[in-house]
Write a new protein. Structure first.
Length: 336
Protein backbone atom coordinates (compact mmCIF):
# COMPACT_ATOMS: atom_id res chain seq x y z
CA UNK A 1 0.00 0.00 0.00
CA UNK A 2 2.84 2.36 0.81
CA UNK A 3 4.47 1.78 -2.59
CA UNK A 4 1.16 2.29 -4.33
CA UNK A 5 0.59 5.54 -2.49
CA UNK A 6 4.05 6.75 -3.46
CA UNK A 7 3.34 5.95 -7.08
CA UNK A 8 0.00 7.71 -6.96
CA UNK A 9 1.51 10.75 -5.26
CA UNK A 10 4.32 10.75 -7.83
CA UNK A 11 1.79 10.67 -10.66
CA UNK A 12 -0.12 13.47 -9.03
CA UNK A 13 2.99 15.61 -8.73
CA UNK A 14 4.04 14.92 -12.35
CA UNK A 15 0.74 16.05 -13.82
CA UNK A 16 1.18 19.78 -12.98
CA UNK A 17 4.65 19.72 -14.55
CA UNK A 18 3.25 18.32 -17.82
CA UNK A 19 0.46 20.83 -17.66
CA UNK A 20 2.92 23.69 -17.19
CA UNK A 21 4.95 22.54 -20.18
CA UNK A 22 1.89 22.44 -22.45
CA UNK A 23 0.40 25.68 -21.18
CA UNK A 24 0.12 28.44 -23.78
CA UNK A 25 0.21 31.56 -21.64
CA UNK A 26 3.65 31.08 -20.16
CA UNK A 27 6.00 33.93 -19.29
CA UNK A 28 8.13 33.56 -22.47
CA UNK A 29 5.02 33.50 -24.64
CA UNK A 30 3.60 36.63 -22.99
CA UNK A 31 6.93 38.39 -23.57
CA UNK A 32 6.84 37.29 -27.23
CA UNK A 33 3.31 38.69 -27.60
CA UNK A 34 4.40 41.99 -26.05
CA UNK A 35 7.39 42.17 -28.41
CA UNK A 36 5.17 41.57 -31.46
CA UNK A 37 2.73 44.21 -30.19
CA UNK A 38 5.63 46.68 -29.90
CA UNK A 39 6.72 45.83 -33.46
CA UNK A 40 3.17 46.49 -34.60
CA UNK A 41 3.27 49.95 -33.01
CA UNK A 42 6.61 50.66 -34.72
CA UNK A 43 5.09 49.57 -38.04
CA UNK A 44 2.13 51.91 -37.56
CA UNK A 45 4.40 54.94 -37.22
CA UNK A 46 7.00 53.97 -39.85
CA UNK A 47 6.70 55.53 -43.29
CA UNK A 48 7.53 58.48 -45.50
CA UNK A 49 4.16 60.18 -45.24
CA UNK A 50 3.96 62.55 -42.26
CA UNK A 51 0.73 61.53 -40.53
CA UNK A 52 1.22 64.17 -37.81
CA UNK A 53 2.16 67.17 -39.96
CA UNK A 54 -0.35 66.75 -42.81
CA UNK A 55 -4.00 67.77 -42.66
CA UNK A 56 -5.19 64.35 -43.84
CA UNK A 57 -2.62 62.49 -41.73
CA UNK A 58 -5.22 60.77 -39.52
CA UNK A 59 -7.21 59.71 -42.56
CA UNK A 60 -4.14 58.21 -44.23
CA UNK A 61 -3.30 56.47 -40.95
CA UNK A 62 -6.56 54.52 -41.09
CA UNK A 63 -6.45 54.00 -44.87
CA UNK A 64 -2.88 52.68 -45.19
CA UNK A 65 -0.97 52.21 -41.92
CA UNK A 66 -3.51 50.14 -39.97
CA UNK A 67 -4.44 47.88 -42.93
CA UNK A 68 -0.74 47.31 -43.68
CA UNK A 69 0.08 46.33 -40.10
CA UNK A 70 -2.95 44.02 -39.86
CA UNK A 71 -1.99 42.46 -43.20
CA UNK A 72 1.54 41.86 -41.89
CA UNK A 73 0.24 40.03 -38.84
CA UNK A 74 -2.25 37.87 -40.73
CA UNK A 75 0.20 37.05 -43.52
CA UNK A 76 2.97 36.11 -41.10
CA UNK A 77 0.62 33.77 -39.25
CA UNK A 78 -0.70 32.22 -42.48
CA UNK A 79 2.65 31.42 -44.11
CA UNK A 80 4.18 30.15 -40.86
CA UNK A 81 1.21 27.88 -40.15
CA UNK A 82 1.21 26.48 -43.67
CA UNK A 83 4.91 25.67 -43.33
CA UNK A 84 4.37 23.99 -39.95
CA UNK A 85 1.53 21.78 -41.23
CA UNK A 86 3.40 20.86 -44.42
CA UNK A 87 6.54 19.91 -42.49
CA UNK A 88 4.45 17.76 -40.18
CA UNK A 89 2.66 15.91 -42.98
CA UNK A 90 5.80 15.29 -45.05
CA UNK A 91 7.96 14.56 -41.97
CA UNK A 92 10.62 16.90 -43.35
CA UNK A 93 12.08 20.06 -41.80
CA UNK A 94 13.09 21.56 -45.15
CA UNK A 95 9.59 21.71 -46.64
CA UNK A 96 7.30 24.72 -47.03
CA UNK A 97 5.34 26.39 -49.82
CA UNK A 98 8.51 27.76 -51.43
CA UNK A 99 10.31 24.40 -51.52
CA UNK A 100 7.31 22.34 -52.68
CA UNK A 101 6.22 24.43 -55.65
CA UNK A 102 2.94 25.44 -53.97
CA UNK A 103 3.59 29.16 -54.36
CA UNK A 104 4.55 28.68 -58.02
CA UNK A 105 1.30 26.80 -58.63
CA UNK A 106 -0.55 29.72 -57.03
CA UNK A 107 1.20 32.04 -59.48
CA UNK A 108 0.15 29.80 -62.38
CA UNK A 109 -3.41 30.04 -61.10
CA UNK A 110 -3.21 33.83 -61.15
CA UNK A 111 -1.86 33.73 -64.72
CA UNK A 112 -4.71 31.43 -65.75
CA UNK A 113 -7.30 33.78 -64.23
CA UNK A 114 -5.78 36.77 -66.04
CA UNK A 115 -5.84 34.71 -69.24
CA UNK A 116 -9.53 33.83 -68.92
CA UNK A 117 -10.78 37.08 -67.36
CA UNK A 118 -9.14 40.28 -68.71
CA UNK A 119 -9.74 42.31 -65.53
CA UNK A 120 -10.32 39.79 -62.73
CA UNK A 121 -11.55 40.79 -59.31
CA UNK A 122 -9.67 39.92 -56.13
CA UNK A 123 -12.07 37.06 -55.40
CA UNK A 124 -11.47 35.55 -58.85
CA UNK A 125 -7.70 35.80 -58.41
CA UNK A 126 -7.92 34.21 -54.98
CA UNK A 127 -10.06 31.37 -56.31
CA UNK A 128 -7.62 30.61 -59.11
CA UNK A 129 -4.63 30.72 -56.76
CA UNK A 130 -6.31 28.45 -54.19
CA UNK A 131 -7.45 25.85 -56.74
CA UNK A 132 -4.08 25.64 -58.48
CA UNK A 133 -2.24 25.56 -55.13
CA UNK A 134 -4.34 22.59 -54.05
CA UNK A 135 -3.80 20.73 -57.32
CA UNK A 136 -0.07 21.44 -57.29
CA UNK A 137 0.39 20.34 -53.68
CA UNK A 138 -1.48 17.09 -54.35
CA UNK A 139 0.78 16.46 -57.36
CA UNK A 140 3.78 17.02 -55.09
CA UNK A 141 2.47 14.42 -52.61
CA UNK A 142 1.87 11.96 -55.47
CA UNK A 143 5.50 12.41 -56.53
CA UNK A 144 6.64 11.65 -52.99
CA UNK A 145 4.61 8.44 -52.83
CA UNK A 146 6.33 7.08 -55.94
CA UNK A 147 9.85 7.84 -54.75
CA UNK A 148 11.46 5.20 -52.56
CA UNK A 149 14.45 7.28 -51.46
CA UNK A 150 13.05 9.86 -49.02
CA UNK A 151 16.06 11.63 -47.52
CA UNK A 152 15.69 15.08 -46.02
CA UNK A 153 17.29 16.67 -49.08
CA UNK A 154 15.49 14.73 -51.83
CA UNK A 155 12.05 16.02 -50.83
CA UNK A 156 12.75 19.79 -51.11
CA UNK A 157 14.86 19.22 -54.25
CA UNK A 158 11.84 17.58 -55.91
CA UNK A 159 9.64 20.48 -54.83
CA UNK A 160 12.08 23.12 -56.07
CA UNK A 161 12.43 21.35 -59.43
CA UNK A 162 8.66 21.06 -59.77
CA UNK A 163 8.26 24.72 -58.84
CA UNK A 164 10.88 25.73 -61.43
CA UNK A 165 8.97 23.89 -64.17
CA UNK A 166 5.68 25.51 -63.15
CA UNK A 167 7.34 28.94 -62.96
CA UNK A 168 8.76 28.45 -66.47
CA UNK A 169 5.27 27.60 -67.76
CA UNK A 170 3.88 30.77 -66.16
CA UNK A 171 6.65 32.86 -67.72
CA UNK A 172 6.04 31.34 -71.14
CA UNK A 173 2.29 32.04 -70.95
CA UNK A 174 3.02 35.59 -69.80
CA UNK A 175 5.37 36.21 -72.71
CA UNK A 176 3.02 34.60 -75.23
CA UNK A 177 0.00 36.62 -74.11
CA UNK A 178 1.83 39.81 -73.04
CA UNK A 179 1.12 39.41 -69.33
CA UNK A 180 4.67 39.69 -68.04
CA UNK A 181 3.86 42.79 -66.01
CA UNK A 182 1.24 40.90 -64.00
CA UNK A 183 3.67 38.04 -63.38
CA UNK A 184 6.50 40.34 -62.31
CA UNK A 185 4.26 42.25 -59.89
CA UNK A 186 3.25 38.94 -58.31
CA UNK A 187 6.83 37.69 -57.90
CA UNK A 188 7.72 40.88 -56.02
CA UNK A 189 5.92 40.31 -52.73
CA UNK A 190 5.25 43.69 -51.17
CA UNK A 191 2.84 45.36 -48.75
CA UNK A 192 3.14 48.77 -50.39
CA UNK A 193 -0.23 48.49 -52.14
CA UNK A 194 -2.15 47.31 -49.07
CA UNK A 195 -4.92 49.66 -48.08
CA UNK A 196 -8.59 49.64 -47.10
CA UNK A 197 -10.54 47.43 -49.51
CA UNK A 198 -7.53 45.32 -50.56
CA UNK A 199 -6.66 43.28 -47.49
CA UNK A 200 -9.95 42.27 -45.83
CA UNK A 201 -9.94 38.75 -47.27
CA UNK A 202 -6.84 38.02 -45.20
CA UNK A 203 -9.15 37.76 -42.19
CA UNK A 204 -10.20 34.35 -43.55
CA UNK A 205 -6.84 33.14 -42.27
CA UNK A 206 -8.34 33.27 -38.76
CA UNK A 207 -10.81 30.57 -39.84
CA UNK A 208 -7.91 28.44 -41.13
CA UNK A 209 -6.14 28.85 -37.77
CA UNK A 210 -9.22 27.69 -35.86
CA UNK A 211 -9.63 24.61 -38.10
CA UNK A 212 -5.95 23.70 -37.72
CA UNK A 213 -6.24 24.04 -33.95
CA UNK A 214 -9.35 21.80 -33.89
CA UNK A 215 -7.64 19.07 -35.94
CA UNK A 216 -4.23 19.57 -34.31
CA UNK A 217 -4.11 16.16 -32.63
CA UNK A 218 -5.05 14.30 -35.81
CA UNK A 219 -2.53 16.26 -37.85
CA UNK A 220 0.13 15.41 -35.28
CA UNK A 221 -0.75 11.71 -35.56
CA UNK A 222 -0.63 11.94 -39.35
CA UNK A 223 2.88 13.33 -38.99
CA UNK A 224 3.95 10.02 -37.42
CA UNK A 225 3.40 8.22 -40.72
CA UNK A 226 0.58 6.43 -42.51
CA UNK A 227 1.00 3.09 -40.72
CA UNK A 228 1.05 4.51 -37.21
CA UNK A 229 -1.78 6.98 -37.89
CA UNK A 230 -3.97 4.24 -39.36
CA UNK A 231 -3.29 1.91 -36.44
CA UNK A 232 -4.40 4.68 -34.08
CA UNK A 233 -7.71 5.08 -35.92
CA UNK A 234 -6.93 8.16 -38.01
CA UNK A 235 -7.97 8.33 -41.67
CA UNK A 236 -4.56 9.29 -43.02
CA UNK A 237 -5.65 10.16 -46.57
CA UNK A 238 -8.48 12.41 -45.38
CA UNK A 239 -6.14 14.24 -43.00
CA UNK A 240 -3.62 14.78 -45.80
CA UNK A 241 -6.37 16.16 -48.07
CA UNK A 242 -7.61 18.42 -45.25
CA UNK A 243 -4.08 19.68 -44.55
CA UNK A 244 -3.47 20.28 -48.26
CA UNK A 245 -6.72 22.23 -48.53
CA UNK A 246 -5.87 24.43 -45.54
CA UNK A 247 -2.35 25.07 -46.85
CA UNK A 248 -3.65 25.90 -50.33
CA UNK A 249 -6.33 28.21 -48.94
CA UNK A 250 -3.84 30.21 -46.86
CA UNK A 251 -1.14 30.36 -49.56
CA UNK A 252 -3.68 31.23 -52.28
CA UNK A 253 -5.06 34.18 -50.32
CA UNK A 254 -1.59 35.52 -49.55
CA UNK A 255 -0.44 35.05 -53.16
CA UNK A 256 -3.44 36.95 -54.52
CA UNK A 257 -3.29 39.83 -52.03
CA UNK A 258 0.44 40.22 -51.27
CA UNK A 259 2.47 38.08 -53.67
CA UNK A 260 5.40 35.72 -53.22
CA UNK A 261 6.88 35.60 -49.70
CA UNK A 262 9.72 33.05 -49.70
CA UNK A 263 11.06 30.98 -46.79
CA UNK A 264 8.79 32.40 -44.06
CA UNK A 265 7.17 29.00 -43.55
CA UNK A 266 10.62 27.45 -43.29
CA UNK A 267 12.26 29.79 -40.78
CA UNK A 268 9.63 30.04 -38.05
CA UNK A 269 8.46 26.38 -37.67
CA UNK A 270 12.06 25.14 -37.56
CA UNK A 271 12.98 27.59 -34.80
CA UNK A 272 9.88 26.66 -32.77
CA UNK A 273 10.31 22.89 -33.27
CA UNK A 274 13.98 23.15 -32.35
CA UNK A 275 13.06 24.29 -28.84
CA UNK A 276 9.57 22.87 -28.31
CA UNK A 277 9.33 19.58 -30.23
CA UNK A 278 6.63 18.58 -32.73
CA UNK A 279 3.35 18.98 -30.83
CA UNK A 280 1.20 20.99 -33.24
CA UNK A 281 -1.37 22.14 -30.69
CA UNK A 282 1.16 23.67 -28.30
CA UNK A 283 3.42 24.99 -31.08
CA UNK A 284 0.72 26.70 -33.16
CA UNK A 285 0.42 29.88 -31.00
CA UNK A 286 4.21 30.22 -30.96
CA UNK A 287 4.45 29.77 -34.72
CA UNK A 288 1.76 32.41 -35.33
CA UNK A 289 3.36 34.96 -33.00
CA UNK A 290 6.91 34.45 -34.28
CA UNK A 291 5.66 34.53 -37.88
CA UNK A 292 4.01 37.89 -37.21
CA UNK A 293 7.17 39.24 -35.63
CA UNK A 294 9.46 37.99 -38.40
CA UNK A 295 7.47 39.46 -41.29
CA UNK A 296 6.96 42.75 -39.40
CA UNK A 297 10.70 43.13 -38.77
CA UNK A 298 11.46 42.43 -42.44
CA UNK A 299 8.82 44.95 -43.54
CA UNK A 300 10.17 47.66 -41.24
CA UNK A 301 13.66 47.06 -42.67
CA UNK A 302 12.29 47.21 -46.22
CA UNK A 303 10.70 50.60 -45.52
CA UNK A 304 13.70 52.21 -43.83
CA UNK A 305 16.80 50.74 -45.49
CA UNK A 306 16.73 53.15 -48.50
CA UNK A 307 14.17 55.69 -47.27
CA UNK A 308 12.22 57.44 -48.81
CA UNK A 309 12.09 54.51 -51.26
CA UNK A 310 10.91 51.02 -50.33
CA UNK A 311 12.51 47.64 -50.96
CA UNK A 312 10.13 44.69 -51.57
CA UNK A 313 9.77 42.71 -48.37
CA UNK A 314 10.31 39.48 -50.33
CA UNK A 315 13.92 40.59 -50.94
CA UNK A 316 14.66 40.95 -47.22
CA UNK A 317 12.72 37.80 -46.35
CA UNK A 318 14.39 35.78 -49.10
CA UNK A 319 17.86 36.85 -47.97
CA UNK A 320 17.21 35.97 -44.32
CA UNK A 321 15.43 32.74 -45.28
CA UNK A 322 18.26 31.60 -47.55
CA UNK A 323 20.79 32.06 -44.74
CA UNK A 324 18.59 30.13 -42.28
CA UNK A 325 18.03 27.40 -44.89
CA UNK A 326 21.80 26.92 -45.27
CA UNK A 327 22.27 26.88 -41.47
CA UNK A 328 19.61 24.15 -41.13
CA UNK A 329 21.34 22.09 -43.82
CA UNK A 330 24.72 22.42 -42.11
CA UNK A 331 23.18 21.60 -38.72
CA UNK A 332 21.59 18.40 -40.06
CA UNK A 333 24.87 17.37 -41.63
CA UNK A 334 26.73 17.96 -38.36
CA UNK A 335 24.16 15.92 -36.41
CA UNK A 336 24.60 13.03 -38.82
Amino acid sequence: MLKKRKRISGAETSQPQTYNQNRIWTKPFILAVIAVFALGLISLFTGVYDIFGQADGLKMFFITRIPRTVALMLTGAAMSMSGLVMQLITQNRLVESTTTGTIEWAGLGLVFVYLVVPAPSLVQRMTGAIVFSFVGTMIFFLFLRRIKLRSSLIVPIIGIMLGAVVSAISTFIGLAFQMTQNIESWFVGSFASVQVGRYEYLWLIVVVTIIIFIFADRLTLAGLGEDIATSLGVNYNMIVILATGLISFAVGIVAAVIGNLPFLGLIVPNIVSMYRGDDLRSNLPWVCVLGMGTITVCDIISRTIIMPFEVPVSLILGTVGAVVFIIILLRQRRLR
